[in-house]
Design a protein around this ligand. Structure first.
Ligand code: PLP
Ligand code: COI
Length: 356
């Protein structure tokens, strides 16, 4: 599908200090949009100046959260080129999420072409200092003018880009995590394993309460028994337990993170033993007390690899130190080295954005 490009006549002023880039609050000059209805399919693919768009006040996205999204990053390589990391996995996951939410499929080749064309146009916005990147947010929403609970009549797929630094305000400093014992995020059969806005809306209250107590995020337990570790608000979680890299298995209620998958694959090829299984919260505490739990960290596109310094549950804490642990450090250096083109990529994960 041809992508029409309308360039802005009023380019924004670019950031001057990359060290001050936070996460997701600054946007580039342009955005991608395409429309869908059953009669026409996807049509009018276009890149336009970044701007608000109008939707009907009765739109199902506003009332019933008919929405899915993705998150990936473009990195500046030392040779000046710009690269994406396994973008085809984000395109595939968007369609898996869309299927669960009764939204239309969008050809993965079109998604990738839209990302490439937009990032190519915005390549001057991709920052270069360590820990920075251009965060890319594709999303699809259901639009229409009927309040009945039904599939949407129209859909909009759009992509916006945000030059970003660290997801957590304290950078790579270990985060403090509250293990939630009252609210739940997802249950098997629900939507926890897809990337849809409602999951995050439902998580907000617990996250706000945890923030009031000084925690950075919430670690969710399974929704049925409140017993097994699931994931953190915006990242999957991993532990070094008895020398092995252990992470909750994808049982249907947690997001199958692309960083999770990549870190597991990397760890295996670096010779670590990896285990995907249920991890009861009690086991974590007894492993901590017996010295078997040596590291905990979150993994995600926005969060990269974030060491966890404290895990608090019902007033008791696991304290894991104020610096990144040795396993997380090796994985962080290798993963970010590949993502930014500093290290060779034997896995074929990097995807240089073509210049048009
Ligand atoms: N879990 C949740 C709930 C997330 O929002 C994210 C972020 O995308 C992740 C895990 C990590 O997924 P990925 O590594 O694909 O970014
Ligand atoms: C990401 O890592 O891409 C995320 O989606 C995090 C976001 C929910 C803030």
């Amino acid at each position: 599908m041809h992508i029409q490009i309308q360039k802005t006549e009023l380019p924004k002023e670019k950031y001057t200090d990359e060290s001050k880039l936070g996460f997701g609050s600054l946007f580039t000059d342009h955005m991608f949009i395409a429309d869908y209805n059953e009669a026409q399919g996807w049509h009018d693919a276009r890149i336009v100046p970044y701007q608000p768009f109008s939707i009907d006040p009765a739109s199902p996205v506003l009332h019933y959260s008919l929405e899915v999204f993705e998150g990936l990053k473009a990195y500046r390589y030392e040779n000046g080129e710009v690269g994406l990391f396994r973008p085809e996995l984000n395109c595939a996951r968007l369609n898996q999420s869309a299927e669960r939410m009764c939204l239309p499929q969008i050809d993965e080749a079109l998604q990738l072409a839209a990302i490439e064309t937009l990032v190519d146009l915005e390549r001057d916005w991709v920052p270069s200092s360590s820990g920075t990147s251009l965060y890319i947010r594709p999303a699809m929403i259901g639009d229409g003018s009927r309040l009945g609970i039904n599939k949407a009549q129209r859909h909009i797929f759009f992509i916006i880009c945000s030059p970003s630094g660290s997801f957590y305000p304290n950078g790579i400093k270990p985060v403090r995590i509250h293990i939630e014992d009252r609210y739940v995020r997802a249950v098997i059969g629900g939507t926890g394993n897809v990337k849809t806005g409602g999951n995050y809306a439902a998580s907000l209250l617990a996250a706000m309460k945890a923030k009031e107590k000084g925690f950075d995020q919430v670690l969710w337990l399974d929704g049925r028994e409140n017993r097994n570790i699931e994931e953190v608000g915006a990242m999957n979680v991993m532990f070094v337990l008895d020398g092995k890299l252990v992470t909750p298995s994808l049982d249907g209620s947690i997001l199958g993170g692309i960083t999770r998958r990549s870190v597991l694959e990397l760890a295996q090829s670096l010779g670590y033993q990896t285990v995907e299984r249920a991890i009861p919260v009690d086991e974590l505490f007894s492993a901590y007390h017996s010295g078997k739990l040596t590291e905990a960290f979150g993994v995600g596109t926005a969060a990269v690899i974030s060491p966890i310094g404290e895990l608090e549950y019902k007033g008791e804490s696991i304290l894991l130190g104020s610096t990144i642990g040795p396993v997380a450090k090796v994985l962080y250096d290798t993963l970010t080295g590949i993502q930014t083109g500093r290290l060779p990529d034997p896995y074929g994960w990097t995807h240089v954005v073509p210049r048009v």
